[in-house]
Design a protein around this ligand. Structure first.
Ligand SMILES: C[S@@+](CC[C@H](N)C(=O)[O-])C[C@H]1O[C@@H](n2cnc3c(N)ncnc32)[C@H](O)[C@@H]1O
Ligand code: SF4
Length: 463
């Protein structure tokens, strides 16, 4: 049995700060999948075949932003209005056609997530058309339908258009409330503007308003972070995500740090190191929980049960996610898939075939016409891996979902985590400590490394 410190962390008097050196990646994962060729016939056959999944979602990607923020590499395309309207017309047509297929109709969808980029930057009428296209899918009665984006530019017309057309959850990137930290990060609004708008939107009796905060931004001291947490609790939002800043390649922050610079505020060039970020996480988690905010995952808390976070929790459980839009990722009949990121490539895949061009009835039967990107072979360990991803992310890994042999096989790793202050091992579960929750992505990565180094029988993984 081989155990390394990247799997187990290290022994330290303060595991929250020192169990690992640095957060390994935004998400953990492994894939035994390879790209496969799927021709147009098989692709269309898939859309005519019922699903076998019991939980399912739609993910719809809107890859446009008005500005490139200093910390983020999700920026894909500048927000030119005509480029967006061409895209939205094609996307809504694609959704409408896909919604009528036997695959889409065979079972209701639990949740829909419209992410980006900045979906809130599309026009009010485009939000309405998108909402209506989504409503053509069979949705569960209480399906969660999220629109992601930012508060800047999300005016009352867009808000009402979204509510009137089925959206019931709104996830806004705030990042930090501090005006100077925000400006340094390339954000538009000041603190008071954000607080006023969040207060207004949160008056809605049923919609769930969720905000993202990042800790570790340039210029964001512990004092500012503490004020960020207080503002998050005071602004009226039903849910909050606390994300540690990940050094993503190609961002302005990343390029500056290669030159030894910090893109801080006028007042401060401070940027929290990994230990300070651990303390920031602990402050946020403890403060929210002391005010009865409920933890739904290692980085997400809710004020009350209006906020459900169904998409995020199901996505980590490895459910079927039909992806739409350039750059969207998901799965279809157990195959991972990733749509082309490049806009013209994506548009080309939507174009009807030559026969369909002359016969509009055929066009509506044939679409979705071609694979809009890459398809992967089924990952035999997907369901097995999802048990660990979801369990460690939620803070409790229940052994009831696993065979006894698998738990025995993993015991040396679980014991090491317990010795290192990351988890508490019980007979039928493993609970992560606060330190474990902070380091949970490293633990997930470590567990997959453990399984790759110390394999178990394939039969157990596939079962
Ligand atoms: C895809 S972005 C969309 C956000 C939205 N466009 C906005 O402007 O707020 C979703 C979230 O990813 C998070 N994020 C982006 N870059 C990050 C980074 N480098 N480290 C941690 N979280 C990051 C931010 O909190 C952001 O709100
Ligand atoms: S935070 Fe939002 S607006 Fe800024 S670059 Fe990322 S996706 Fe675009």
């Amino acid at each position: 049995m081989i155990l390394t410190s990247t799997m187990t962390g290290i022994a330290s008097p303060d595991p929250l700060q020192h169990a690992f050196k640095v957060k390994s990646a935004p998400h953990a994962g492994r894939s035994g999948s390879k790209p496969i060729k799927v021709d147009s016939n098989l692709w269309q056959q898939w859309w005519h075949t019922s699903t076998t999944a019991d939980k399912r979602a739609l993910y719809i990607h809107i890859p446009f932003c008005r500005k490139r923020c200093s910390f983020c590499n999700f920026f894909e395309n500048g927000a030119k209005p005509e480029r967006i309207s061409d895209y939205m017309a094609s996307l809504c047509q694609q959704l409408t056609i896909a919604a009528q297929t036997p695959l889409a109709q065979s079972r209701p969808f639990d949740t829909v997530y419209v992410g980006g980029g900045t979906p809130t930057d599309i026009k009010a009428e485009e939000i309405a058309a998108l909402g209506q296209a989504i409503q053509q899918f069979p949705l569960r009665k209480d399906a969660e339908i999220t629109l992601e984006g930012r508060l800047n530019g999300f005016d009352d017309d867009k808000w009402h258009s979204a509510l009137d057309n089925g959206f019931n959850r709104f996830s806004f990137g705030v990042q930090s409330f501090d005006t100077d930290v925000r400006r340094a990060a390339g954000r538009f609004d000041d603190k008071q503007t954000l607080l006023d708008r969040l207060q207004q939107l949160s008056q809605h009796p049923t919609a769930s308003i969720v905000i993202d905060l990042i800790f570790g931004l340039p210029g964001q001291t512990m004092d500012i972070w503490q004020q960020d947490i207080e503002a998050a609790m005071a602004c009226g939002a039903q849910g909050v995500d606390l994300y540690q800043l990940i050094g993503l390649g190609g961002t302005r922050i990343d390029k500056a740090s290669e030159k030894g610079k910090v893109l801080g505020t006028q007042a401060s060039e401070f940027q929290a190191d990994s230990q300070t970020r651990a303390n920031m996480y602990a402050f946020g988690a403890n403060r929210l929980e002391s005010k009865d905010w409920q933890r739904l995952s290692s980085c997400h808390w809710r004020r009350d049960d209006r906020e459900r976070s169904i998409y995020n929790s199901l996505a980590k459980s490895g459910i079927e996610i039909l992806p739409f839009g350039a750059g969207a990722g998901g799965s279809i009949h157990g195959h991972g898939m990733m749509n082309a990121r490049d806009l013209s490539e994506w548009h080309q895949a939507q174009a009807p075939s030559k026969e369909a061009e002359v016969n509009s009835q055929l066009a509506s039967q044939c679409l979705p016409a071609k694979v809009p990107g890459m398809i992967l072979s089924p990952n035999p360990s997907a369901a097995f891996d999802a048990i660990f991803k979801r369990g460690l992310d939620s803070g409790i890994l229940n052994f009831t979902a696993l065979e006894a042999d698998v738990v025995t096989h993993l015991h040396p790793l679980f014991e090491a985590w317990q010795q290192h202050g990351l988890a508490i091992l019980e007979t039928d579960s493993l609970s992560l400590t606060l330190a474990g929750r902070f380091w949970n992505v490293n633990m997930q990565t470590g567990l997959f490394e453990f399984l790759a180094t110390n394999p178990i029988a394939e039969a157990k993984i596939a079962s």
